[in-house]
Design a protein around this ligand. Structure first.
Ligand code: G3P
Ligand code: MG
Length: 237
């Protein structure tokens, strides 16, 4: 089972920062999840929200700032005691991850802003770093996943969902995707068994709360995406 750190080690470090990714690996994560957007000048940047206000000392839309402007910001607003953290680029992350034995889950954050061409840009970089086998692309925007598959059919994709779909295993199978990424509340053992019967992997994600993640082990998930990779590591050991 892959122990994915959600936005890095989000529970204890600034989310979607290189520090959070490094600390996740140190804590025992063997997977990292993060979110990508496009800057005004077309660079792939790692940040969760469409806007800068919650997690950085900047404000306004990510897509209205150039990379140079974005990289002047401090992305550790939620952890003011930590030193300044930059908004990472996807390239910077790949430099960090390229020789590590980790699976990277890249979430295309295109539900609100449909960044034209983001799928091709992400794939070009995956190809450049030869990380094809170590990537899962996910999105709540399932059209973006279909688009990604058209560009790179061999890269594994996960369907993100937080609603209670009717027969989600049929939906995911029809889309031709390899994984279902449900929020924990919308999955149970019966649903999980249907995914297993259909050879579709299950990576369950959790919001920030004090969950006992281990209660989901009977679902035999292929991965858990949590804010606390240290807790998951403990019970996996
Ligand atoms: O990929 C799982 C999770 O990251 C989806 O929700 O809002 O944290 O990106 P969010
Ligand atoms: Mg995400």
């Amino acid at each position: 089972m892959i122990n994915f750190a959600h936005r890095g080690f989000k529970g204890k470090y600034p989310e979607n920062t290189m520090l959070g990714f490094e600390k996740a690996i140190e804590a025992g994560a063997d997977g990292i999840e993060f979110d990508v957007h496009l800057s005004k000048d077309g660079h792939l940047v790692i940040i969760h929200d469409e806007t800068l206000d919650r997690t950085t000392d900047g404000n306004g839309l990510v897509c209205e700032k150039t990379l140079e402007q974005l990289q002047k910001l401090n992305a550790s607003k939620l952890f003011p005691d930590f030193e300044v953290q930059k908004i990472p680029t996807l390239r910077e992350y790949f430099e960090f991850a390229k020789d590590k034995d980790i699976i990277t889950n890249i979430e295309l954050k295109t539900s609100i802003i449909d960044y034209p061409g983001i799928e091709g840009k992400v794939y070009d970089l995956i190809k450049e770093y030869k990380l094809d086998e170590k990537i899962i692309i996910s999105s709540f925007n399932h059209n973006a996943l279909v688009k990604f598959k058209e560009i790179a059919p061999h890269i594994k994709c996960g369907v993100l969902e937080s609603s209670r779909l009717h027969k989600p295993w049929e939906y995911v199978k029809n889309l031709g995707m390899e994984y279902y990424h449900p929020m924990n509340f919308v999955v149970n053992k019966e649903i999980a068994e249907k995914f297993a019967e259909n050879n579709i992997g299950l990576n369950i994600w959790f919001g920030k709360a004090d969950y006992d993640y281990s209660i989901y082990l009977p679902c035999k998930p292929s991965g858990l995406i949590t804010d606390y990779p240290d807790i998951v590591k403990n019970f996996l050991d």
